[in-house]
Design a protein around this ligand. Structure first.
Ligand SMILES: Nc1nc2c(ncn2[C@@H]2O[C@H](COP(=O)(O)OP(=O)(O)OP(=O)(O)O)[C@@H](O)[C@H]2O)c(=O)[nH]1
Ligand SMILES: [Mg+2]
Ligand SMILES: [Zn+2]
Length: 290
């Protein structure tokens, strides 16, 4: 009889799944039918050889964030999340289209989403400030931080406390740098987890969960588009723009695409200045991409 223990999946690596149990990390292989186990999952595992585990069962999830992958499959990105933090920065550039895509998915999946502007040591243009003011007026929390300045992270730390959070955003915005500053012993742990996945670059290759010193967990992800639009409908995309909601019900036609349709209340709200033109044009771009 095998002795099953409960563990937490902290990373999905090429060579197996890193499961944390009683403060130790064991590399496990999942049973074939459990190949969708993901970071943040609670699992039952057993030891099959020295330092070699097997995942026997997946425990119920509170939530799961997914992304579309090849052959129309949906892959989980992370499980049991409370909050999604979309990280962006003026360098490489502020990709508001990607940001709106992330926000629209979060709105549809009922994930609380917040924004983190990193690299505040770099100058911001007025047009970016105007965009930021608009997100704040829509009710999104915005944290302005600098990964090199721990004192800039105090407010963010409060928001992360006791929660399971994920950092997402394009490559190079500083997700890992922020994680490093928030989690002092991170490098040490990263080396234990992925000693065999090193390849000289800093780019993160696997979503990895870390424990915050103040309590709570933080998942750092690779800067790829981990959210896809493929699993939402065009109607859901519109609902993902929270300021559209009061107008969607007022469009003349139920199947309004909010483009050039007759009697579109969303478009009217853009014209009257109630909806930002920039957000509306990004909605149209995402709509086109779908
Ligand atoms: N000026 C400045 N540079 C920063 C700051 N935070 C991070 N960087 C730099 O930005 C670059 C990318 O940082 P990473 O933390 O690797 O970015 P990432 O988002 O984890 O990237 P991926 O893992 O590829 O998704 C590095 O050269 C960092 O030193 C900051 O607050 N200010
Ligand atoms: Mg990274
Ligand atoms: Zn409409």
């Amino acid at each position: 009889m095998t002795n099953k223990k409960e563990g937490l999946v902290i990373a999905h690596l090429g060579q197996g799944i890193a499961v944390e149990c009683d403060g130790e990390i064991i590399l496990c292989q999942p049973l074939r039918k459990l190949d969708t186990v993901t970071v943040g999952d609670k699992v039952l595992w057993s030891l099959v050889a020295p330092e070699q585990g097997r995942i026997e069962a997946l425990l119920p999830r509170k939530s799961v964030l997914t992304r579309p992958s090849r052959n129309d499959k949906i892959r989980p990105v992370a499980a049991n999340l409370d909050n999604v933090f979309v990280v962006f920065a003026v360098e490489p550039y502020c990709d508001f289209l990607l940001l709106d895509q992330y926000l629209a998915i979060c709105e549809n999946r009922d994930f609380a989403a917040s924004l983190i502007l990193n690299k505040t040591d770099l100058p911001l243009s007025e047009s970016i400030e105007a965009e930021l003011a608009n997100y704040v007026s829509l009710g999104y929390a915005l944290y302005r931080v600098c990964a090199n300045d721990a004192s800039s992270l105090n407010e963010l730390k409060q928001a992360l406390r006791g929660q399971v959070s994920i950092f997402t955003g394009q490559s190079g915005v500083g997700k890992s740098s922020l994680t490093n500053t928030l989690i002092p012993d991170k490098n040490l742990k990263t080396n234990t987890v992925s000693a065999t996945t090193k390849h000289g670059r800093h780019t993160t290759t696997a979503a990895t969960l870390y424990h915050l010193p103040e309590g709570g967990d933080l998942i750092d992800t690779p800067g790829v588009a981990i959210f896809g639009l493929a699993d939402i409908t065009t109607g859901q995309l519109a609902q993902g723009f929270r300021e559209f909601l009061p107008f969607l019900v007022k469009c003349q036609f139920n199947d309004c695409s909010h483009h050039n349709d007759k009697g579109c209340a969303v478009r009217a709200a853009v014209e009257s200045g109630e909806i930002s033109t920039a957000r509306y044009s990004r909605f149209l771009k995402l709509h086109e991409k779908m």
